[in-house]
Ligand binder design. Structure first.
Ligand code: UGA
Length: 491
């Protein structure tokens, strides 16, 4: 089925009368849903729906559960245009055309069986998505706009199922490319707007008009990027393809960093030179402890699953994931190389959020590392500058199937508390405040003298000036493999 062409006028739309427009509905008040809803509230009335009644109550009272730069401010500024509902029915309007954005989670779930253990935990769980679409199917004035990341083919399958029971409805795929910690920049300055559809309809015009209005509200000029219109499956694939590519670059950078360590050279100028090739570019080439977050690993697992069900080679996805996992193992191996057995060693972890600028700990490398260290008999003391990250890290969060929370006694009350009597400090998340740490003070508080920079954030000379030993990722590192000549020299 073809994507269909939009009307040429849609892109040139400068302003329109929105007073008669039905409020937009956004289902799912998690990270994507809430940021999207608050973003849309700049130009439209938005009804936010979430089945979590306690969350809806907190939002009605003006309390946000997530920390994202600009969210609180926009929430207050455009709050009058937002309303919160715990049922879909309460948000729907029957007599006017209405866009319903679906932004609920699609976590990994076990789909393996005894004969295909490799597929365990890889498929996307579409229960929530499907329940919403089923509830909306057959409503002729409603268009479902899918923002949740779903496996390619989902939209066509849901449409076909509805049609079998005589229900016609409009379904569009509009994948989101929000980057946590930078979400409003992703909304205000989109690199691209992707729209998947069966054919052109009023919903296409509405969606394009919405994006055009948002752009005008931000920049006072017409939308500069021409939306990319394709079929639904193609739009669904764009999301997985983008995340695989970004994650692949990170694993590539880590692969080159590991090679640099073993070759005793510095990865920074190597990757800088690589990134200067305009065909390659310099973004997402920072080596370190690897990617965390709620998206990359989950989406690559889902991609691997749907590729395997169609007999397409899955080794690229597997390789990206295994390099990423090995970065954590590599830090453990470096600690062992310096400290010997980790039994009873005390390790301070600086940074728990999966990246700076967020309190999200889903897929946190710190939690993955803490687990490995605990298994090796070490004691972990972790700290993060973001209060929300510290709180979440000790909560048993069922929405994150890849992390085991910290024990409350593993949570430090400050950097000073984390490093007290530590044998080694590992920098896990590159929070800006870590750039001004007093290494003299830290050196005095520690029992040992090892600092492992898991994000290449620190200045090695500053750390060494405090009498500490510094080891980075692909720089200032002795690697794990010791050449025979060095072994002989040591003997
Ligand atoms: C990612 C994508 O960047 C978004 O485009 C996408 O919309 C989103 O997933 C999603 O699927 O919803 P996000 O997970 O918020 O966004 O965070 P990123 O900034 O992409 O970082 C992901 C992880 O990669 C972090 O742990 C970060 O520390 C790590 N990373 C990033 C590196 O290790 N090296 C780099 O060079 C860049």
């Amino acid at each position: 089925m073809g994507g269909g062409r939009p009307s040429a006028g849609a892109f040139r739309l400068q302003s329109m009368d929105t007073s008669t427009k039905a409020p937009i509905v956004v289902v799912g008040a998690g990270y994507v849903g809430l940021v999207t809803a608050v973003g849309f509230a700049r130009v439209r009335d938005v009804r936010v729906v979430d089945k979590n009644e306690a969350l809806i109550e907190r939002l009605r009272a003006g309390n946000l559960d997530i920390s994202e730069p600009g969210l609180q401010q926009r929430f207050e500024q455009y709050g009058k245009r937002l309303s919160f509902h715990s049922t879909l029915a309460a948000a729907l309007i029957n007599d006017r055309r209405q866009l319903v954005f679906v932004a609920v989670g699609t976590p990994s779930e076990n789909r393996g069986d005894a004969f295909s253990p490799d597929r365990m935990g890889e498929a996307a769980n579409l229960e929530s998505v499907e329940a919403i679409v089923v509830a909306l199917a057959g409503r002729s004035k409603t268009a479902v706009v899918m923002k949740s990341t779903v496996p390619p083919g989902t939209g066509d399958r849901l449409l076909a199922t509805a049609r079998e029971s005589g229900q016609e409805f409009l379904y569009l795929s509009c994948p989101e490319f929000l980057q946590e910690g930078n979400a409003f920049a992703s909304l205000d300055y989109p690199d691209r707007i992707v729209l998947g559809q069966e054919s052109h309809s009023w919903a296409t015009d509405e969606l394009l008009a919405l994006h055009a209005e948002l752009h005008i509200a931000t920049h006072t000029v017409a939308l500069a990027v021409e939306p990319l219109i394709m079929d639904i499956t193609g739009a669904e694939l764009v999301k997985h393809a983008s995340n695989l590519h970004l994650a692949m670059r990170i694993s590539y950078a880590n692969h080159i960093a590991n090679l640099s360590e073993e070759l005793r050279t510095d990865v920074d100028p190597v990757l800088k030179a690589v990134g200067m090739d305009s065909r390659i570019g310099d973004k997402f080439l920072t080596p370190g402890l690897g990617f965390g977050g709620s998206c990359f690993e989950k989406d690559i697992r889902a991609l691997r699953f749907f590729a395997s069900t169609r007999n397409v080679d899955t080794s690229l996805a597997t390789c990206v994931l295994s390099i990423n996992q090995a970065q954590v193992d590599r830090v453990v191996a470096k600690l062992e190389r310096h400290l010997g057995s980790l039994t009873d060693a005390q390790i301070a972890l600086l940074g728990i959020a999966f990246k700076p600028g967020t309190d999200d700990i889903r897929g946190s490398r710190a939690l993955a590392l803490a687990r490995r260290l605990r298994d090796s008999g070490a004691t972990v003391r972790a700290w993060d500058p973001e209060e929300g990250a510290r709180k979440r890290a000790v909560d048993d969060d069922p929405s994150d199937c890849h992390s085991i929370p910290l024990d409350p006694k593993e949570m430090a009350s400050s950097v000073d508390d984390a490093v007290k009597a530590a044998d080694a400090v590992v920098l896990v998340t590159e929070w800006p405040s870590f750039e001004s740490l007093s290494w003299d003070k830290i050196a005095q508080a520690m029992r040992g003298d090892l600092v492992i920079d898991g994000r290449n954030q620190l200045l090695p000379a500053e750390v060494r000036a405090a009498g500490l030993e510094y080891e980075g990722t692909g720089r200032e590192s002795r690697g794990l493999y010791q050449p025979l000549a060095e072994v002989e020299a040591e003997v």
